[in-house]
Write a protein that binds this ligand. Sequence first.
Ligand code: FAD
Length: 498
Amino acid sequence: MTDAIPKKQKVVIAGGGTAGWMTAAAMGKVLGAVCDITLVESEEIGTVGVGEATIPTLMTYNRLIGIDEARLMRAVSGTFKLGIAFENWTELGHRYIHSFGITGKDHWTAGFQHFWKRGRDLGRAGEFGDYCLELMAAEAGRFAHLPDLGLNYAYHLDSSAYAVFLRQLAEASGVRRIEGRIADVRRTDDGDLQSLTLQDGTVIPGDMFVDCTGFRALLIGEALGVGYQDWTHWLPCDRAIAVQTASVRPPLPYTCSIAHGAGWRWQIPLQHRTGNGIVFSSRFMSEDEARQILLNAVEGEVLTEPRVIRFRTGSRTAHWHRNCVAIGLSSGFIEPLESTSIHMIQRSVMRLMQMFPQGTVNPSDVREFNRQTHYEMEHIRDFIILHYHLTNRTDTPFWRHCRTMDIPEGLRHRMDLFAATGRVFRANDELFAENSWTQVMLGQGILPRGHHPVADAMSPDEVRRFLAHISENVNRTVAGLPMHQAYLDSYCKAAVTA
Ligand code: FAD
């Protein structure tokens, strides 16, 4: 037995975008006492500069590292997000919201959709979303925290300001930042990563490396040669153009996703400006055409030069290899449709800290990390494919392709099950729960043929009263909420201006 203090492990984080600084802030806070953590980034290279919509799971990360919400919101010019409005996805002119809320009231044998479907067949139900507090609050442009009711929400945030905010936290917990361009990655004789060499000759040795270099994947891809599984046959969009505009109205408490002829565009309202972008498939649309569609559609003064971002949807074949873990865009990219990338960064950061090696890397940890990450990505991927595939649009070659393309078997099964019976089951720990699948499958046009017989146990009048009671409660609560802008002003007004 020895009471000698083990040597501090050297952790090197390559890259200082959202992934790098989220990793650094969390690791500094939790493992700062046992690890020397260095982050290298290059201002000259910069970051991808998008990624401004989040999902409610970010609260877990905030709690983990003790982030005060109002302080964060002020720093990132944040607004609240209750869901995403999808326009023109099912067909031109159609709109639905995928909210973060729970719709109606489930029975343990059957989700609320079964009771709603029965009510609809009897002519006594409104729209499915009428029974969801978050969705109705979003439509009304209202927001408040409502801790007793547990309103589910996330944030829209300025990604550059978010990186600065996290950097301050990370540096306060001892993370060292080095400015410089990585020019070479050295490996040991047995193949592990040994050190990074910067353009000015500085050598940064490490025991563990985290690759947060974005699409470049300098460590996991270039240096270690880990492959990339391409998903463009299911997720054909491969370009985005982003532009910022001045706000023209109070911020909506939701993200807008508006489909066009070969993809979709986003609108993300911040307190001081709006983030806009167009996502498209270069097989079906040229960059010039996409830029024109975007610039014709944006409202408000254009504040930045439109910037093209190229990507390939897919996943690294291993996210942890040897002594290198890929987090962020270096580990893969599904596409921004349901704002899941920051969530996946957070999941990988937490997983890495749970499996952090005590000295040498254990191959079982590596296998488990990769297993969990693959599993999670594949479920999110299927949820995103659903939006493209399940459409009535036939107006362009892009949509005809999406409608008729092959889809993963697991997704086909979920759609068939829902169409026939209205049933949805959440697979283990997957991100999107039953209510999300139900909202999107209904929104994209599947009306189940049947419903669970437990819904038939209610008389028509009981069904009517049950549904009316829920919607009256929702409407009463929504009417008592302040407007989103007023709530932002009182809770977290940002100092920044466009
Ligand atoms: P980057 O931001 O690219 O950072 C890479 C870092 O590595 C930078 O600091 C760079 O300087 C550094 N680097 C690279 N090479 C070198 C080198 N040689 N030497 C030194 N440093 C180097 N996610 C969401 O959750 N919500 C969204 O709404 C959303 N929208 C998106 C829209 C688009 C069009 C795209 C493409 C992505 C979107 N994402 C979104 C994903 C999100 O932007 C990323 O997950 C997030 O920004 C993390 O990026 P990153 O840190 O991995 O990479």
